[in-house]
Design a protein around this ligand. Structure first.
Ligand SMILES: [Zn+2]
Length: 116
């Protein structure tokens, strides 16, 4: 049972890391494109688009980094035997919630209250 969860967490972690790598590559492309266009024209009308793309890539990268950190924390809880327990209230996290999001650190009640 634990091994299944561990395998799933590791797979999700690998996916997130792969997405992060892809984002870093595209981020480099954007920077490269920005540098090229700046050489051509300092008042490039594309400049704002590049800035917007850059911030989008940045926030996607942040989201993936947070996910990797969340998965690492879940793996650590799995190792010490507290996986499936809410880190905030100590209650059990519903199996359905863990199924949908294996790395979640909090139960649905705590998740709902922290989002408001
Ligand atoms: Zn809770």
């Amino acid at each position: 049972m634990d091994e299944e969860i561990r395998a799933r967490l590791l797979k999700e972690r690998a996916d997130a890391v792969a997405r992060l790598r892809g984002l870093v590559v595209s981020f480099d492309d954007i920077v490269e494109a920005a540098r090229d266009s700046n050489l051509d024209d300092e008042h490039d009308p594309e400049g704002t688009t590049i800035a917007a793309e850059r911030s989008l890539v940045g926030s996607l990268a942040d989201a993936n980094e947070r996910q990797v950190a969340e998965i690492d924390a879940a793996l650590a809880r799995l190792a010490v035997g507290t996986y499936g327990r809410c880190v905030r209230c100590g209650g059990d996290i519903a199996p359905g919630r863990l199924e949908a999001r294996p790395s979640t650190p909090v139960c649905i009640t705590c998740a709902a209250s922290s989002n408001s």
